[in-house]
Each structure stands twice: as C-alpha cells, then as structure tokens.
Design a protein around this ligand. Structure first.
Ligand SMILES: Cc1ncc(COP(=O)(O)O)c(C=O)c1O
Length: 366
C-alpha cells in the first residue's frame, strides 16, 4: 500500500530548483526572527556538560512540560512533548483509533492534507464535513456526519488554509458532539498566537475527557526546523500515547527543547504581538494588491494564508508550477486541500515581498 504524501515538499523543491528569482509563499515557514532568548538558550546548551547531550526523558524535559502545564492550566502528566504538532496530531489520531469505538475520522473540507494522509496510514476512513466559503464550520453538519463509527473529529483553528477562527460556541459544540458519540475531538491549535480576530477559543476551555489539544512552537517561536510541539491528553488516554511516542522516537531533541524552554521563560508577550501585527499588515498589503488585480480572495481571521482565485486559472499543481516558472511566485494548489478549493491558489504570507508578489500576479492575469 502506498500512502498519499502531501505536496508541500514537492512544491518547495520545485521552487528551489527554479533558475529565476522566486518569491516563496509555499509553506508556513516564518521569515521573521525567533525571540532573542531562543538563540541564547541554544548557545547556552552548546556549552553544557556532555551529560546534557544524552537522552532527555522520553515525554520531554520535565521543566518544559511543567511550563506548558502551568500556562495551559492542566496537569503535567497530561502533557507529552512531541516532534512538532505533526507528531502530536499523529499520536492523538492513533489514540482515538485504538479505542476501537469506530474507525471513521471526521475532517473538514478544505483540509490540511496531513490529516487525511495520517487517517489512511492509521487504517481509518475519512469523512469530510464541508465548511462555508469563509471556512466556518457549522457544528450541525458535524453532528449530522457523526455516528457510532466516529473515532475522532479533527479540527484546526485558526485554520490552514482558510484563515477561519472558530467562535467559542463552535468549539463548545464540537466537544459536546465528541462527548455524545464517545469520540475524540482533536483540536490542532498551532496558529493560536496568530489570531487576528480576537475570537480564538481553545478547546482546553471546555472541560471534557473526549478532547485532545495539539500545538507546537514551530509557528509561535518561528522555528519550524526545531521540531518541538506537544499534545494535551485527558488523563485516561495519555499512557498509550506516551508509549507510542517512545516506541517511535525513543525521545525528542534535548537542545531544541532546552532552547524552547528558555525562550518561553524569557520572552515578553510583545514578541508575539509584533509578529501578529506584521502578519496583519501583510494581509492588508497582499489583499489590497489582489483587489487592484480584480482577483477574488479570502481575508483570514488568523493563521498565515490567503487564498486567491483568478478567472480561468484553477488551483492545480501544473498551474502552480507555471507561475513559478513564468513570474517567480510560488504558492500551493488549492486542490491539495480538497475539491472545494480546486479553483483557488493558497499563498503563505511569510515573505516581506507580498506586495511584489501580488503585483506580479496582477500583471500576469491582466
Ligand atoms: C494546521 C497545521 N498543523 C500542523 C502543522 C505542523 O506543525 P509542526 O511544524 O509543529 O509539526 C502545520 C504546519 O504548517 C499546520 O499548518
């Protein structure tokens, strides 16, 4: 059996190989600085005693787990440090599947493509619940799709790729549906620091033994290459997840966790606010330029992405490659996120050159 692997790395490599100047808006790799304390922590670690270069505890540095537990208002035993939110989502989905309460996983459409990939890899079946044109999810549709076969409902807010931020009522309802069907709500909150709407609501705010929250420092500290994330499990579900994490990874990376801990302790909230404001300005600049080009687009309430649609130019891989070759603008094909967005292209606002990119697009489609 062959697994479906998401297209991100393919498009990034294609853009890298291009001989022309390419504005890279493919993937959610922040182009801004990590906090100063992240670098200091890493420098400090380099000079540590060699004993500190050996295995950390499998489920992560105790001080880091304690820091997260404290910030999130949960018990330290519920926290497992993972290899990014990628592994956190995998552990959560695997944990939901092994409860043997069904093998169907409810996903939204459009979807972050790693979720259907993981579903298939775990032997589950996918069922998609459509979101509206702004990316909002109607809990009534989720309830209608849920059944005794539902093992998990996987949601992501602020959302990649739509930019939707789910209001508190939606999150509350999603947890209630998981409770009612003895399924697990998996809430991927990696963009929680990039809520431009002020509406973000964490699933941790709704008490339940049927929800797992996943997160990471990839985006909030601008370190997608460090691979530090975490999952917060209900107490009864954590043991197996911890074992799976150990069997797959042995442990995570100690230097990366050390630097993250240092950064969490020393970084002022202003760091996060500045990055959010930077993103807000880029959204405005990029969408203003798309407006001028007469393109349709989404205005994100959060996360890093704007979707744009140009008449007669669907969001296929071939079209994305053509834009890289002809105008040096690299995005992602909308159809990578599901059929509902196959007319759209997704652009990650992780470059200072968003205006130039929009101008190149405007000129090309003029
Ligand atoms: C919705 C979502 N979840 C998870 C991830 C992966 O995060 P990490 O780098 O922490 O594995 C991403 C990365 O873009 C994402 O957009």
């Amino acid at each position: 059996m062959e697994y479906e692997t998401p297209l991100f790395f393919h498009v990034m490599e294609y853009a890298d190989r291009a001989e022309t100047d390419v504005i890279d808006m493919v993937s959610g790799n922040p182009d801004w600085e990590p906090p100063e304390a992240l670098r200091t922590g890493l420098h400090e670690f380099a000079d540590a005693d060699p004993g500190r270069f050996q295995y950390p505890p499998s489920d992560g540095l105790v001080e880091l787990r304690a820091e997260i537990a404290d910030r999130r208002g949960v018990d330290i035993d519920q926290v497992v440090i993972t290899n990014g939110a990628g592994e956190a989502n995998y552990l959560a989905m695997a944990r939901a599947m092994e409860r043997n309460r069904g093998s169907e996983i409810l996903l939204t459409e459009p979807v972050y493509p790693y979720y259907p990939g993981k579903t298939t890899m775990l032997g589950g079946t996918q069922r998609f619940v459509p979101t509206d044109e702004t990316g909002q999810l109607d809990p009534a549709d989720v309830r209608a799709a849920a059944s005794d076969e539902t093992a998990a409902i996987v949601v992501n807010s602020p959302n990649n790729p739509t930019g939707a931020v789910y209001p508190e009522e939606t999150v509350r309802e999603l947890v209630a549906i998981a409770d009612a069907y003895d399924a697990i709500l998996i809430s991927d909150e990696v963009y929680d620091h990039f809520d431009l709407s002020g509406q973000f609501s964490s699933a941790l705010g709704v008490d339940s033994d049927h929800r797992i929250v996943t997160n990471s420092f990839s985006k909030s500290l601008a370190i997608t290459g460090f691979r530090v994330g975490y999952a917060i499990f209900p107490p009864e579900l954590v043991a197996n997840a911890r074992s799976r994490h150990m069997l797959v990874n042995v442990a995570g990376s100690r230097p990366a966790q050390y630097a993250v801990l240092h950064a969490l302790r020393e970084t002022d909230p202003d760091y996060y606010r500045r990055n959010r404001e930077l993103l807000r300005e880029r959204v405005e600049t990029f969408t203003d330029a798309l407006d001028a080009a007469g393109a349709a687009y989404t205005t994100p309430q959060g996360a890093f992405y704007v979707m744009a649609r140009f008449e007669g130019y669907p969001g296929t891989l071939a079209n994305i490659e053509q834009l890289i070759d002809e105008i040096g603008v690299a995005g992602m094909p909308g159809d990578a996120f599901g059929d509902s967005r196959s007319d759209w292209l997704r652009f990650a606002l992780v470059t200072p050159r968003v205006e130039e990119a929009a101008e190149r697009l405007a000129q090309y489609f003029d």
